[in-house]
Design a protein around this ligand. Structure first.
Ligand SMILES: Cc1ncc(COP(=O)(O)O)c(C=O)c1O
Length: 484
């Protein structure tokens, strides 16, 4: 028989950033929820706990008083403190996988498919060569902290209420100015709506503009999250191949001439990294204007155009009001911020705000206010300049390391923009097999075929933006023998 664990830990867990009172509160609650202290169990005296945990008696009293107020502990005068009969029972805790297995039979077809390709609990972390991660160590956190403190002081309780569904006016104006400078887009602040993420923007756009069963063109290959988002809205996606000039507009017209919407990544195709040619841009705008179709221009990672200037955004070229332009602060600032923007044609602004208002209503107001000040103070532009220099050097380091280790540079699909490079594998090599072999050597890569629907591609995505040059070299040294 394994030894029974003590009801309460002998030492308090060291959790940085939490107070002693919180740690005591949690230690007691965990012991009750885990079943180590059943209802009716008597707690050691506060004096004893204070001595065991080397904390003041007052702190223990404080935590116990909070648990009493929650109804988890009860005090009986003259007898001591006990776990309440109605305290949470351990049976309430079932392992999540048990839930997942039973739920799969009951959920919609779309969710089942989304769940099949999603690894629960998988959180991307800075490790060679996980793609799309900003170098968070380089973010000016001190500046962010100071702006947050000032905003909370000056904004006061006004920041705690409901902000407008389309976003705080200060942030909408800041984004409009930023886009005018960075992307040549001339739009009024009222055309900018603030959302939580690029994917939420796509979700809202599809709900607003399409009916179930409508067709939408999606690049092939494309980010899987997009396919899932469209499918969950009941939209039929038409996979349109991408070549060195970007989305093949003629192929799209041949496959689905009456599509209602197209999602494209013209600046930096995701995941290949190619840039759409001027002729293809013109052809796409022309088709959309004639057909009355909507173009969702996803400007993902356009901040990191390493060689030369990024090409004009479709939203800057559009004369027919058919382009909805979206971008995200996930890569420009940091992922946990959960803020993104969409620039809408004036005719759609009110409906978009109404649709958002009916769903989750708005994005985090304090984060929006802080971000507006961060942009208006010139700190976003300065941060992006620093990151472009840093990422370009890392891109160069990756390309040089691949060459040094005998990987032919012509295998790179594109490396001039974005936060990863896509590398073609020699004909006949399975990218999934190479991915598994790389994982066995401690290197994380993404197989290109995971993003493809019909086109046959075999390659790897190598992210480099969160890695210093030493980590890039070590990663390539381990990976290269699998690529030759
Ligand atoms: C094309 C594209 N757009 C948007 C995103 C994600 O943006 P967000 O984090 O704002 O949802 C991704 C993620 O990889 C992507 O590939």
């Amino acid at each position: 028989m394994p030894p029974t664990p003590p009801p309460l830990p002998r030492a308090l867990a060291r959790t940085p950033g939490t107070t002693l009172r919180t740690r005591i509160y949690r230690a007691c609650l965990d012991a009750i929820v885990d079943g180590r202290m059943a209802p009716g169990t008597r707690l050691p005296s506060a004096r004893q706990l204070a001595a065991d945990w080397r904390v003041s008696r007052n702190t223990v009293d404080d935590a116990i008083a909070a648990l009493q107020a929650d109804g988890v502990l009860v005090r009986r005068v003259g007898a001591g403190t006990f776990v309440a009969q109605a305290a949470p029972a351990p049976a309430a805790l079932r392992p999540p996988s048990a839930f997942a297995r039973t739920a799969l039979a009951e959920v919609s077809r779309w969710s089942r498919r989304a769940a099949a390709t999603h690894a629960p609990g998988a959180v991307p972390r800075a490790h060679a060569f996980v793609a799309g991660l900003a170098d968070l160590r380089a973010f000016p956190l001190d500046r962010w902290r100071r702006i947050t403190a000032t905003r909370l002081r000056t904004g006061g309780s006004a920041l705690l209420g409901y902000p407008p569904s389309a976003g705080l006016p200060a942030l909408r104006s800041a984004v409009a100015r930023h886009l005018a400078l960075a992307r040549g887009i001339a739009c009024a602040p009222e055309q900018v709506a603030i959302v939580n993420s690029a994917m939420q923007a796509v979700d809202l756009v599809v709900r607003m503009l399409l009916e179930r069963g409508d067709r939408a063109w999606l690049e092939d290959p494309a980010y899987q999250g997009l396919r899932a988002t469209l499918a969950m809205a009941g939209v039929r996606t038409v996979a349109v191949p991408v070549d060195a000039d970007g989305l093949d507009v003629a192929a799209g017209i041949a496959r689905a001439p009456r599509a209602a919407l197209v999602h494209v990544t013209p600046c930096c195709q995701y995941p290949l990294g190619t840039t759409m040619s001027a002729a293809r841009r013109a052809a796409l705008l022309d088709w959309a204007a004639r057909r009355g179709a909507w173009i969702v221009e996803d400007d993902y990672q356009s901040e990191f155009f390493h060689d030369g200037r990024p090409p004009a955004a479709l939203a800057a070229l559009d004369r027919s009001g058919r382009v909805l332009h979206l971008g995200t602060f996930t890569s420009a600032a940091f992922p946990s911020l959960r803020l993104a923007w969409i620039v809408l044609p004036p005719s759609l602004v009110d409906t978009f705000e109404a649709v958002r208002g009916q769903l989750d209503h708005h994005s985090h107001a304090i984060a929006q206010a802080v971000l507006a000040d961060f942009i208006d103070g010139g700190h976003l532009a300065a941060h992006l300049r620093r990151m472009r220099t840093l990422y370009r050097a890392r891109r160069d380091a990756l390309v040089a390391a691949l060459a040094r280790h005998g990987v032919d540079g012509t295998r790179l699909v594109a490396a001039h923009a974005g936060m990863h490079v896509a590398l073609r594998l020699p004909r006949g090599r399975s990218d999934r097999a190479v991915t598994a072999a790389a994982a066995a050597r401690g290197v994380a890569v993404m197989p290109l075929s995971r993003y493809a629907r019909h086109v046959r591609v075999s390659g790897l995505l190598l992210g480099y933006t969160a890695l210093d040059e030493g980590a890039i070299e070590r990663g390539v040294a381990r990976l290269a023998p699998l690529l030759r």
